[in-house]
Ligand binder design. Structure first.
Ligand SMILES: *Cc1c(COP(=O)(O)O)cnc(C)c1O
Length: 360
């Protein structure tokens, strides 16, 4: 079969993969273990029944932007929404990345920051984290001063390590970045710090959030950015017209009416994270402190991949990061319901003990 060659610079790239194995306990994608409130479901179903489907949706997503702005106490012209925060990131990188420009990431971090940047043709300059996955502020400052990136990414709490970035680091980078500083806060509600308070019209800071994790709406595909209006205007210019369908705009707007329920779900997950972290401390694993709805761990006695397979065999799916650069032997487990977490802890204890086969 004849094929048409893709762009030369795409040939070295591989796509984003996350296994969707059919097991009883799925703790691999940082989804919420709880569904959204039944009252949201009912309100959504009713609102959807009166959508004028023959018309294009509101291109500006006016009501949704207003609702998001009100939720955060900012203005609607500081808000840009898209199909998942991944589309927010892509639109940002289409506008500010691209050929001839640099993007800085601090690895290991969310793989899509570097991946999407490369897809736009930008050069990715990777900064390193220490063995505890903290970013050293002096080396970070030096990196952005020499690389002169158009976009610098932070992720707080960082996926997949769980670490909350130091507020001082964010402030310091904000003072010296030559381009945009983007803080991906997909998990911010699970932590006790946000960069949102630093948002200002003449500050080159963007904070990216999602409905996928804390709002229990991964199936909806909705995310947004809070930043200066001049960034929002540029993103509006770059994104496809009518990219947010009418149903999604309604779904997001109505979800924000159930903020109390969201906060209480987040509270339960944080409590479970503390319980799981404490239980892990008694097992032969290194555990990295997390401000998110997941925990990164490294088995001490068996290779990470073997432990992952034993967990799958026991019906528990976690994220296998063991072959990712700088994450040797690491696994990432999403915090689930108390029952799911108990099943994970029991399966892990068995998996860690299995020293048969000397599989490393
Ligand atoms: C899960 C996640 C997202 C969410 O992406 P959506 O497209 O909104 O589902 C974004 N950033 C990070 C760091 C994540 O872990």
């Amino acid at each position: 079969m004849a094929t048409v060659p893709e762009r030369d610079d795409l040939q070295a790239l591989t796509g984003y993969h996350s296994a969707q194995v059919d097991v009883a306990v799925r703790l691999n994608a940082n989804e919420s273990p709880f569904p959204p409130p039944a009252a949201w479901r009912a309100a959504y179903a009713e609102a959807v029944s009166s959508i004028a489907w023959e018309r294009y949706p509101d291109r500006q997503a006016t009501d949704l932007r207003q609702a998001i702005a009100a939720w955060h106490g900012v203005r609607p012209d500081q808000v840009f929404a898209a199909n998942g925060s991944n589309e927010v990131l892509q639109t940002l990188l289409l506008a500010y990345g691209g050929p001839g420009r640099r993007v800085v990431t601090f690895e290991p971090t969310y793989q899509l920051h570097g991946h999407i940047a490369r897809v736009t043709g930008a050069e990715v300059v990777e900064g390193d984290r220490g063995s505890d996955f903290a970013i050293d502020a002096d080396s970070a400052a030096e990196l952005v001063t020499t690389a002169r990136p158009a976009v610098t990414f932070l992720c707080s709490p960082n996926n997949p390590t769980g670490r909350v970035e130091a507020p001082g680091l964010v402030r310091r980078l904000l003072g010296i970045v030559p381009g945009l500083l983007v803080v991906d806060e997909a998990y911010a509600e699970f932590s006790d710090w946000t960069a949102l308070d630093l948002i200002d019209d003449d500050v080159p800071l963007c904070v990216v959030r999602t409905f996928s994790k804390t709002w229990s709406m991964a199936g909806v595909r909705l995310g947004y950015l809070v930043g200066p209006p001049w960034v929002v205007e540029t993103l509006d210019k770059v994104v496809l017209p009518y990219h947010l369908d009418a149903a999604k705009q309604v779904a997001g707007r109505l979800a924000l009416r159930f903020g109390g329920e969201m906060t209480s779900r987040v509270g339960q997950i944080v409590a479970e994270r503390q319980r799981v972290t404490a239980a892990l401390a008694a097992q032969p694993v290194d555990v990295f402190p997390s401000g998110a709805n997941f925990v990164l761990l490294r088995p001490r006695l068996r290779p990470g991949r073997a432990v992952w397979q034993s967990l799958v065999d026991a019906g528990v799916l976690v994220r296998d990061c063991s072959s990712w650069p700088r994450l040797d032997d690491c696994l990432r487990v999403t915090i689930g319901t108390p029952t799911e977490n108990d099943r994970f802890l029991a399966a892990l204890a068995d998996a860690l003990e299995d020293r048969t086969g000397e599989d490393g």
